[in-house]
Design a protein around this ligand. Structure first.
Ligand code: ZN
Length: 63
């Protein structure tokens, strides 16, 4: 599981897939250049910090 934090809106998204075309599910900005933050499973603590939409943001579509 990879995690990326959008530099534009600070939204976090998760993907089991670390390929290209990772667009932010919140603001739609492309995050191909954002480093993966490795994480196993999103922890409940993180979810409380920031509203998090867990989805596989590889298609770039709105949720
Ligand atoms: Zn964003």
């Amino acid at each position: 599981m990879n995690r990326r934090t959008c530099p534009h809106c600070k939204g976090r998204s998760y993907s089991a897939y670390s390929g290209l075309n990772w667009d932010c599910p919140y603001c739609g900005k492309n995050m191909d250049n954002v480093d993966n933050e490795l994480c196993d499973i999103p922890s409940p603590e993180l979810e409380e910090e920031t509203p998090t939409i867990k989805l596989y943001a590889i298609n770039g579509g709105k949720y």
